[in-house]
Design a protein around this ligand. Structure first.
Ligand code: PYC
Length: 315
């Protein structure tokens, strides 16, 4: 099958790539963003192959398909995906999307509502180019859960929702530093496999598909913590992971460690930083506000020559 060309604006947020599909994406019909996201996942796998796999992409890329919103007063709707599936929410890509829409002249500094498969988020584009995203409500689902991981022993972590499901581990496993990427990847993949095997899930049996490990920051004057985040396609997040930072804030709130409005500076494996603060909700959940920068770095047209055997990516 061949397709119309895709118009894509590329950017990175704190080192993590986003490709925003502006034109040429599949028609997903109407319905909520969650319904359309399911349709994209089940019926249009070619898009994630074309955008997030070689030869055009790679496993760390997150795609963001711009759609009509379902909720009123939204600037747009968006469905996030990576090389293996769709994502509920993605904050680095929301920051990338906001900067991309500004680059195209479609939005200006100010606050914009964006419809996503897990609910409406708001993105505040500041005149200095930074973007603050107010995420969907985040919460800690379970504290100090132990999973047995052959070769690594008993690993303890919290289970939390930040727009995706996370298992958050502190001060266990390999050191959180770029020299230990391979070991961190092995450790977190083993943990995720064992969580599934041992029936440890998010609420309502939801799969925990992101694993987040925390260690000390490189420079305590610049960050409070450094993380490594394993994403569902087995790539690690190059940014500090906005949904992972939201999950972290939910845990810090639940343990009484971070107050409303207090700034948490989360650095990622590249030592880039997201600034974050929480706002408590009456039901014990929080709204996490995550601030970061993105830079537009390419404006591309993808062609689908029917004679190209890899036009839909190397699966
Ligand atoms: O920033 O939320 C995020 C994210 C999720 C997966 C990759 N980045």
């Amino acid at each position: 099958m061949s397709h119309a060309p895709l118009h894509i604006i590329e950017s990175h947020t704190a080192g993590e790539p986003t490709k925003v599909i502006i034109d040429g994406g599949p028609d997903l019909g109407t319905g909520t963003l969650a319904e359309r996201s399911q349709r994209l996942r089940d019926e249009h796998a070619w898009l994630r192959g074309a955008v997030c796999c070689e030869p055009r992409g790679h496993e760390a890329v997150v795609g963001a398909l711009v759609c009509a919103p379902d909720e009123p007063d939204c600037a747009c709707g968006v469905i996030f995906f990576n090389n293996v599936s769709t994502l509920g929410m993605c904050i680095h890509a929301t920051i990338g999307l906001t900067v991309t829409l500004a680059h195209l002249g479609r939005i200006h500094p100010g606050t914009h509502r964006i419809d996503t498969p897990v609910g409406v988020v708001t993105a505040h584009l500041r005149s200095d180019g930074s973007v603050e995203v107010a995420n969907v409500p985040s919460y800690r689902h379970a504290a100090a859960v132990t999973v047995e991981v052959p070769g690594w022993g008993s690993v303890r972590g919290d289970v939390a929702w930040g727009g995706n499901w996370f298992f958050l581990i502190a001060d266990q496993g390999p050191p959180v530093a770029i020299e230990h990427l391979e070991a961190l990847n092995r450790f977190t993949r083993d943990v995720r496999r064992c969580l599934t095997e041992q029936g440890i899930t998010g609420e309502h049996g939801m799969e925990i598909d992101h694993i987040e490990v925390f260690g000390p920051p490189a420079n305590p004057a610049l960050a409070d913590s450094r993380n490594y985040v394993l994403c569902p396609g087995d790539a690690h997040d190059r940014s500090p992971c906005g949904t992972g930072t939201s999950a972290k804030l939910a845990c810090l709130h639940a343990s009484g460690t971070l107050r409303s409005g207090q700034i948490w500076r989360q650095s990622g494996i590249l030592d880039t930083v997201f600034e974050a603060a929480l706002e408590p909700l009456p039901d014990g959940k929080i709204i996490a506000r995550i601030t970061g920068h993105a830079w537009v770095n390419a404006d591309s047209t993808y062609f689908f020559d029917p004679t190209d055997p890899f036009r839909h990516g190397l699966a």
